[in-house]
Design a protein around this ligand. Structure first.
Ligand code: XMP
Length: 536
């Protein structure tokens, strides 16, 4: 076994990753909407971390994971309610540094003998705190006497702190906004340091991981690259791997990483579903076959996909058909190259973090993204998912580390089902062609205006609605095209991009003049939530 490669750890039934990374922080999740942001901030400080639900960790599993410190997240419950969640009591006896955030602070206080009460004064959003003493958490950020902005979201407040703690920051509504027990390395903050609305929050978290937990911040993409290459080699052995390439940054990074790990045991398959954007197939084939010399099969499966989708209008049915047809194609291509044991996928960390459900039921599925849950059981290959622990921006950093051209690294995400989910209703060759033309004009205008990199994702949608227009002297009755452009940091939440009217006017003009079949264009200004980024 290569040096540094450890076993997969079973965390009470949850697969944790190995313990190869020397410094790790464990984030215990109590269900806050922003728990993932804690993980992002910790990793930005160069420290590897994982998020696990409060009810899936115990002393034994924590000992195996061997973290340098633990962060207790916020959550929607109130510790004053009888059946509200608790951290495993053992963690307070293990000598680990602990930072409780919001609900995490409340439960720590309660579990260590303090008292939490329901406050008459609920506090959400921006607030200011008075720093009443110095503390290692504040180094380089806050000093005694400062009045600092934070982002609060709480209904409870601490009435009595446990023995050994002292308040180091206070506010009108929360006399124990920040508490510290330096002797035992236990800290609690009532606000959310992980959100950008707490301006020095990232520094506070870095102080916890570096100064209090003693991490050096050695988790770099270079280290991750080596670690993953060793893991892939150990998992795959002498087996053969098929990797679906979509042209998106995730699958491109997977392909290049695997190629580095296992060379010609890898075959990439670019499946042309007939629902790709203009020029997509040529770009992908040129990069991987010509530039990287990676064995690449260009599978033209347009008729197969479009045949199966004929007359299908329900978005979930479309996704399921597409997911299962992908597997048919991969299976067929695997047979052609003499069989494959593994299928590589670009699954990312936000897709695998297990969500905390207080009702005990499954969390609601908004859409079945086929690269996570939608794979049919009948698939014969095992999965290789080297990006399972990364956030999107980390995948981009890994892509740069692997030397992928900047144009690929910065590419907007493109969903597996392709243009199928940008054509609400039935899919036909004609509609696909109209959509492709409009989409490429839109993206060309965005690039010309120098806006591509400022936008997370931009695309056109062709609506199954026709409207009346007038062109020249004639009446038209053609389709409506919607344009979407959003900013986002991870695709989980998003806001619309505020184009200026000149840009919109110019782009709409070009689409209507140059694309036969569209006579009206609208711009979608819905944020996520409540909308999603794609229309289906
Ligand atoms: P939504 O529409 O859920 O999309 O807000 C969030 C991000 O995920 C992409 N997306 C998909 N990616 N398979 C994928 O690989 C899918 O089925 C899928 N559906 C949405 C979407 O483009 C956005 O970046």
């Amino acid at each position: 076994m290569p040096l540094g490669y450890g076993p997969i750890i079973k965390f009470k039934g949850v697969n944790m990753t190995d313990n190869t990374t020397s410094e790790r922080i464990l984030i215990i999740d109590f269900g806050s909407q922003v728990t993932q942001l804690i993980a992002r901030r910790v990793r930005e400080s160069g420290v590897y971390c994982e998020v696990h639900p409060f009810n899936k960790v115990d002393r034994a599993s924590i000992e195996v994971f061997d973290p340098k410190g633990v962060i207790l997240s916020g959550g929607p419950a109130s510790v004053t309610e009888g059946d509200s969640p608790r951290a495993p009591q053992d963690i307070f006896e293990m000598g680990l540094p602990i930072l409780g955030i919001c609900y995490g602070e409340m439960t720590m206080v309660e579990q260590l003998g303090g008292k939490v009460i329901t406050s008459d004064f609920r506090e959400f959003g921006r607030a200011f705190v008075d720093v009443v003493d110095d503390c290692p958490l504040f180094d380089g950020a806050w000093a005694k006497g400062d009045n600092e902005q934070v982002w609060m979201s709480h209904g409870d407040r601490i009435d009595a702190i446990p023995k050994g703690f002292r308040p180091v920051a206070i506010s009108d509504s929360a006399p124990y906004t920040v508490i510290a027990n330096e002797e035992r390395n236990l800290y609690g903050v009532q606000f959310h340091p992980e959100v950008v609305h707490t301006p020095h929050g990232a520094q506070l978290l870095k102080n916890f991981t570096h100064k209090i937990c003693g991490c050096s911040g050695n988790w770099t993409m270079a280290a991750f690259r080596e670690q993953e290459i060793a893991k892939v080699r150990a998992q795959v052995g002498t087996g053969r791997v098929i990797c679906g390439l979509s042209g998106g940054v995730d699958s491109s990074v997977v392909a290049v990483l695997l190629h580095e790990a296992i060379g010609d045991q890898l075959t990439c398959v670019f499946v042309d579903t007939g629902m790709m954007r203009a020029g997509e197939a040529e770009e992908v084939v040129t990069l991987f076959r010509d530039h990287y010399n990676i064995s690449l099969v260009h599978s033209d499966a347009a008729d197969l996909f479009l045949g199966k989708l004929e007359g299908v209008t329900d978005p979930e049915t479309k996704r399921k058909i597409i997911g299962s047809t992908f597997i048919d194609v991969f299976d067929a291509e695997a047979k052609k190259v003499g069989g494959a044991d593994f299928l590589a996928q670009g699954t990312l960390y936000p897709d695998v973090i297990e969500s905390v459900s207080f009702t005990g039921g499954p969390s609601v599925t908004i859409k079945s993204h086929h690269n996570v849950g939608g794979l049919p059981d009948r698939m014969n290959m095992q999965l290789v998912e080297p990006l399972r622990e990364l956030f999107k921006d980390e995948v981009r950093a890994l892509g740069r580390e692997l030397g992928l051209p900047e144009a690929f690294v910065k590419r907007h995400p493109f969903p597996g089902p392709g243009l199928a989910i940008r054509l609400p209703g039935g899919i036909t060759h004609e509609k696909l062609e109209i959509l492709r033309k409009a989409d490429s004009i839109y993206l060309e205008e965005i690039r010309n205006a120098g806006l591509y990199d400022a936008i997370w994702q931009a695309f056109a949608v062709l609506l199954p609605v026709q409207t009346v227009g007038v062109m020249g002297d004639g009446r038209t009755y053609e389709f409506v095209c919607a344009l979407r452009a959003v900013t986002s940091s991870d695709g989980m939440t998003a806001d619309y991009y505020p184009f200026d009217h000149d840009f919109l006017g110019r782009t709409v003009n070009r689409i209507i003049n140059e694309v036969r079949g569209i006579n009206r264009v609208v711009y979608d200004i819905t944020s996520k939530p409540p909308g999603t980024i794609e229309w289906e």
